[in-house]
Write a protein that binds this ligand. Sequence first.
Ligand code: ISC
Ligand code: MG
Length: 479
Amino acid sequence: METALIGCFGGICLITIQEIETKERSLLAMKRAKELGRPILMSEVEKMNHIDPLLFFSSGNEHYSGERFFWKDPKDEFILAGLGISKQFQIDQSDDRFGLIEREWKEFLKDSLISNPFSQIGIGPLIFGGFSFDPYKEKTVLWSKFDDSLFYLPKYLLSVIKGQVYFTTNFIFTPNDDELLYKHIIDERNKLFQSLQKHHHTALPALLETKEISPEKWKNTVDAMVKELIRGPLKKVVLARELRLNFNDLVASEAVMQHLNEQQHESFIFALESSGDCFLGASPERLVKKNGTELFSTCLAGSISRGHTPEEDRILGEKLLSDQKNLLEHQYVVEMIKEALEESCEEIILPDKPQLMKIRDIQHLYTPVIGKCSGDSSLLHLVERLHPTPALGGLPKKEAVEKIRQVEELDRGFYAAPVGWLDYEGNGEFAVAIRSGLLQGKEASLFAGCGVVADSDSESEYLETSLKFRPMLRALGGK
Ligand SMILES: C=C(O[C@H]1C=CC=C(C(=O)O)[C@@H]1O)C(=O)O
Ligand SMILES: [Mg+2]
């Protein structure tokens, strides 16, 4: 679609052809909403000149604060930034939360008017959000701003895909709306574009205190877990802990995002705001990506530090590749992911040995997985089958999650759970929200866990979690 400007003279801009089309479509949407007696979505995609997605995210700090999201894949090829909430999808404690979100989204899309002339995934109407790790864990005040499943369709979505920029506007017309709504939306959108001209730079406040939450108690829990794992039948349980940070002023999510973006090139970078809090992180772990019939997943478990010199780094990597404890920790993940995907896939390609994934602060054992699924496989069903993999929960899955619920002091909330997006054609991607933290005004909580197996040593697991805090800690000005 061309954005054909008819003319701008002496500061007065005449209407564009596209605006005429938009107006006609909006009249149709209003008519449809009245006839059907329910809200109707109208969504439009336009191609744009380059806009920095982080600048776009930051420009929303005045009018869309608490209603923003950001997503970037490790290759920098796929970036999403959303502002405003057109429609929220939230579900509390339920055994069917994945299915419910998917059905509500599909239901909502019925009879919508979508103008998207580009054959590209990740543009047009899409929902972004995530799930809590365990909806049956007793809730604490820490995660009071997040429901067990929280997604939203943004008002404005910027998608930067392989350098090409697309802008989606999502309007919702209810049976009571009239042309005033259309005018209001156009005004609002123009204001948004104007605000992109301004420079938005937010500095981080000073970090006053970093407090580890009950580290000794955590090590005792790991020791007790090891004893239990030796006895069986549980084989692996992932245990996590928290750091609580205090600052001398409010922490703006855009300032942290800026740092994560500069410092964590090999990771998914994500942020999800909700009612003033912001959950964000730099995760190296893909849960699942669906592009048509192609599926991609990642087995990531088993860790060692980076070396100070290239030689030391290589030796550490070699050590990890032949370490029995870490190989077992990894193998449990490979077996489970293979089994979970087999149900939906005609074909799965999976190397028989892990390789190394080296990221700034840590190296991991890594096995990529590619699958070919039948056309009607649903992404959220795959997410449900996979979550939590033994890299975050344990083995067997159900018993491990119950054990975590019982012994872990931390309220994980969205940590270690799926975060990502789903578009109107069923394509999307979810990462596992690790190396993450929750911003809450002048405070923040950071989370890190590790796979405990019968061979684990609580002191080394403690040090491993300390490495895993580093990406978020650095982005927040800590060491
Ligand atoms: C649970 C976390 O990491 C998982 C992913 C990679 C390696 C892991 C490990 O070696 O224990 C964990 O399973 C975390 O970063 O909080
Ligand atoms: Mg580990």
